[in-house]
Write a protein that binds this ligand. Structure first.
Ligand code: NAP
Length: 293
């Protein structure tokens, strides 16, 4: 089976790439600014429809895993043209070419498609994004659903894992890197998330592919927790000084995009696959174990 990862140089793309490489699949990846250098890696800017077409026709993938996006939420709020061109137009190009080849499309989406007014969300709840980033993702979800392509839409939240030197950081690594040099770290008390250990996300993606599942899934960790409580657990797991954590409220940060608290339920994953996604301590223990080998 031929699988093409669009955005193989990103955080989630890299982990999908590393884990699927061990499977019996023929794997291809794309990158943009951060060059990957195996013979199956290709430069691609998803905004260039003719280049997307050329690459898709050359590879003829049965499955396309689309992870590329402008993922910086405040940048999307401040530069809507950029967000439109990559997140929406780029995805439209991928949808059109997936239709041409009749490939299955796997799209990585986000908790930010919801408005946070409900105490928890399942896959059938109505979307209502409050940020521009969330709007771009909602538009893509709808276009994929309307396309009649065989698809998976995987919504996730606060992915964390070890990263490559060029990749954006995450809450776990930010706290480790600040506290290990004995600096204070300001952590937010009024943001809540379901932190997701990326290899666990990839394991579920693999299972959904193997079982030929379609539709929307919430692929998130099994605990919904404030950033501050999460930071305390990071300190416990990585043996860091909790006294260096300073609690702050999010409005002190004066960010462009107003975040909402969205609790994604992962019950559908448990009911259909019989797998309970990792909680925070299990995810961080797995991270520590990864470094030991
Ligand atoms: N990070 C989160 O908190 C989060 C939460 C929920 C959902 N998601 C979603 O999960 C997916 C992956 O997130 P991530 O954090 O792994 O992303 P990431 O690390 O920021 O990686 C983004 C990827 O997109 C590529 N890319 C950017 N612009 C492109 C363009 N114009 N054409 C082609 N490729 C382009 C990048 O390539 P280069 O680096 O080579 O330029 C990189 O491979 C995204 O769709 C994101 O919306 C992320």
């Amino acid at each position: 089976m031929k699988i093409l990862i669009i955005g193989g140089s990103g955080v989630i793309g890299t982990k999908i790439r590393n884990i699927l490489q061990k499977d019996k699949v023929e794997l291809f990846s794309t990158y943009m600014k951060h060059k990957l250098d195996s013979k199956n890696d290709f430069f691609l800017d998803i905004r260039e429809k003719d280049k997307v077409e050329k690459l898709f026709l050359k590879i003829q993938p049965e499955i396309i895993i689309h992870t590329s996006a402008i993922t910086n939420i405040d940048l999307c709020e401040d530069d809507k043209k950029l967000a439109d061109s990559v997140n929406i137009k780029g995805t439209e190009n991928i949808i059109k070419l997936s239709e041409k080849l009749n490939s299955k499309l796997i799209f990585i989406s986000t908790s930010f498609v919801f408005d946070g007014k409900q105490s928890s969300y399942n896959e059938t709840d109505l979307t209502n994004p409050t940020t521009y980033y969330g709007k771009t993702k909602e538009v893509c979800e709808k276009k994929i659903i309307d396309s009649k392509l065989d698809h998976l839409i995987l919504r996730t939240d606060q992915p964390y894992c070890w990263i490559e030197p060029w990749q954006h950081t995450n809450s776990v690594l930010r706290i480790i890197n600040t506290l290990k040099v004995k600096k204070n770290h300001k952590e937010i008390i009024d943001w809540y998330n379901s932190p997701t250990y990326v290899p666990d996300f990839v394991q579920i993606t693999q299972k959904l592919i193997d079982k030929n599942k379609s539709g929307i899934y919430h692929v998130v960790g099994s605990e919904y927790i404030s950033r501050f409580e999460w930071a305390e657990k990071i300190c416990e797991n990585f043996d860091l000084d909790q006294n260096l954590l300073i609690p702050i409220k999010s409005d002190e940060l004066r960010l462009s995009a107003k975040r909402v608290n969205v609790n994604l339920s992962n019950k559908k994953i448990f009911n259909e696959l019989g797998i309970k996604m990792m909680g925070i301590n299990d995810g961080m223990k797995a991270m520590i174990k990864e470094k030991m080998f």
